[in-house]
Design a protein around this ligand. Structure first.
Ligand SMILES: [Zn+2]
Length: 145
């Protein structure tokens, strides 16, 4: 019974967009105002729970998609191969010496621009694949369209 009433209240709210407790209460003349309040609280909890689930599901899908489409490259040859492969859309992560000249070269030769330097750095290998000098950080590149 409670569940049925809550479903009716939920549908009513969907139709109206916004409702008052008085309006909802009028739909159920035999149900106390306190019970209507409790129903609305339960519905609010249910909506919060569902939105949380939807959020987590969408976030997880986006994260998996990003991870699946982020390729690691250790040489300019690998970078060019990935960047030139129409099947490999997404991002390329490499190490980088942090010299803007290498960033410019990456754009010119591979058509890639820097997208971010993740806060959680990984040491993939020792040298910048663009110039061969010691690498300072991991960087994510994306195709410049
Ligand atoms: Zn470099």
């Amino acid at each position: 019974m409670n569940q049925l009433r809550r479903e009716r209240i939920g549908k009513y709210i969907q139709e109206k967009g916004a409702v008052t407790v008085k309006e909802v209460s009028a739909l159920f003349p035999d149900v106390s105002l306190m019970t209507i309040h409790r129903d609305l609280e339960k519905l609010e909890e249910e909506i919060d729970r569902l939105l949380g689930e939807i959020h987590n599901s969408l976030y997880q899908k986006a994260l998996e998609n990003r991870e699946r489409r982020t390729y690691t490259a250790a040489s300019m040859e690998e970078i060019l191969s990935i960047a030139g492969d129409p099947e490999k859309t997404g991002f390329i992560r490499t190490m980088w010496c942090e010299d803007p000249a290498c960033e410019a070269r990456m754009k010119e030769e591979a058509g890639l621009t820097s997208r971010c330097m993740p806060l959680e750095q990984e040491h993939l290998y020792d040298v910048c694949p663009i110039c061969g000098k010691p690498a300072k950080s991991m960087i994510i590149w994306g195709k410049a369209y």
